[in-house]
Design a protein around this ligand. Structure first.
Ligand SMILES: Cc1cc2nc3c(=O)[nH]c(=O)nc-3n(C[C@H](O)[C@H](O)[C@H](O)COP(=O)(O)O)c2cc1C
Length: 402
């Protein structure tokens, strides 16, 4: 039994997907750990699991109809959403994600979420094509922007026989997520941890209109900042030019040049955690021309740029307790990353291959190796950047909780 889970009130919404049966096991796990569980079943959800089995396992009434006057008198949609500590929608269908993303409230589940002031955790489950459909992806990212927490989906064999991303996380994985959410959040809160994350590219101007930059979208760093803040870490994101929206509950400072990123980094110190995910330009023009350079000038002299990661890791007065760098390479990834750890004195390097268009810059996916100073190498296969971010952040949190 986990002390942080005892008496926690979980409002579980079960949607209409094949994976609905898995939620019965989840209720069992939660009850075994002395959580109180109330369940809302969508109309489609009832086609997959019966209210009777849910009521027996949860030892509570099952809520289905927003206009059920009997249950409404006892607990309406507002009271249900106020009663709980968290709302878990598992499985959430493509249909329900679309409803939540557009603010619709045409059944009990969507109405109580719209009316809620509690953390909301979504465990999506659907066929791979449904999951990868542009509309589902847009909805999912909107929900992330709303600050909803998500677990999964993972990649694997589906009930329909196809293979790919869209499989619901297992009841055990969801249970562990909830357990970690309550326990680690409590511990982290009590430690008042502060983090600094850099993300995106930088621009190094040659003259008023031309600059050196790269294709970094900032997605991986933004996801890390979002995930750190979910765990209760006071997080500041220093972002180079990026079209991404500010993650909920994260302080953001927008900059253009490496020089500006460096100045803001110094201002944010001291922090406990520094994650340097920005693709800072390694070079800058030796000289900035105040006026537009004439086109017959073809020689461009460059010089080395400021190294923010190295500055943080070698900063004796205000060194963050954990300094994590990123290495975007196109060849011999792990070898370069190991050298970078030694050269820059950081604690971990997250290395990725930016030559592969399916992952890295601009993509929603990444495939990384996390290399520690101790020599430990953890390889994460291709997965959503949000998944990779959660993995890295869980490793960071474990570092501080132990
Ligand atoms: C056999 C069957 C399995 C289904 N499985 C899923 C699923 O895994 N994920 C999903 O998003 N929709 C699935 N659907 C479609 C949903 O049930 C449908 O979109 C429904 O309107 C969802 O309602 P809800 O979001 O209110 O629960 C399935 C439909 C059928 C008939």
């Amino acid at each position: 039994m986990n002390e942080f889970l005892k008496n926690k009130k979980i409002l579980l919404i079960i949607g209409g997907g094949i994976a609905a049966y898995k939620s019965l096991d989840l209720i069992r796990l939660l009850k075994k750990n002395e959580c109180e569980v109330k369940v809302v079943l969508t109309a489609s959800g009832e086609k997959f699991v019966t209210p009777l089995s849910i009521a027996s396992l949860s030892q509570n009434k099952v809520y289905q109809d927003i206009f059920d006057s009997e249950k409404e008198a006892e607990m309406d949609h507002i009271s249900l959403s106020r009663w709980c500590d968290i709302i878990l929608f598992s499985p959430i269908t493509a249909n329900s994600m679309a409803k939540l993303a557009s603010g619709r409230a045409d059944d009990l589940a969507s109405t109580l979420i719209l009316a809620s002031n509690k953390p909301i955790i979504l465990a999506p489950a659907m066929n791979v094509r449904m999951w990868l459909h542009k509309s589902t992806q847009v909805n999912f990212h909107k929900l992330l922007d709303f600050g909803y927490l998500t677990i999964g989906p993972s990649i694997g064999e589906m009930a329909c026989g196809e293979y790919g991303e869209g499989k619901m996380s297992s009841p055990k994985e969801i249970f562990e997520f909830i357990k970690d959410y309550f326990s680690e959040r409590n511990i982290i809160k009590s430690k008042n941890l502060k983090a600094l994350v850099t993300a995106g590219p930088t621009k190094e101007y040659l003259d008023p209109v031309r600059f050196i930059t790269n294709n970094s979208s900032g997605k991986q760093g933004y996801e890390i900042a979002r995930s750190l803040s979910k765990f209760g870490v006071d997080t500041t994101l220093i972002s180079g030019p990026s079209k991404l929206k500010k993650p909920e509950n994260v302080n953001i400072i927008r900059v253009e040049t490496t020089e500006q990123m460096f100045e803001e980094t110094k201002r944010v110190l001291p922090v406990d955690i520094a994650v340097c995910a920005a693709a800072v330009s390694d070079f800058k023009p030796e000289k900035y021309e105040k006026n537009k350079i004439k086109k017959d000038t073809i020689n461009l002299n460059l010089k080395r740029n400021i190294d923010i990661l190295e500055f943080l890791a070698k900063n004796n007065q205000q060194r963050p307790k954990l300094v994590v760098g990123f290495a975007a390479e196109t060849e011999n990834i792990s070898e370069f990353a190991k050298k970078k750890i030694n050269r820059k004195y950081c604690d971990w390097i997250v290395a990725n291959d930016v030559s592969n268009p399916e992952i890295g810059f601009g993509s929603d996916y990444n495939e990384v190796a996390i290399i520690s100073k101790s020599g430990e190498v953890i390889k994460l296969e291709k997965n959503a950047k949000s998944f990779i971010a959660n993995y890295i952040v869980k490793k960071i949190i474990n570092h501080f909780v132990q």
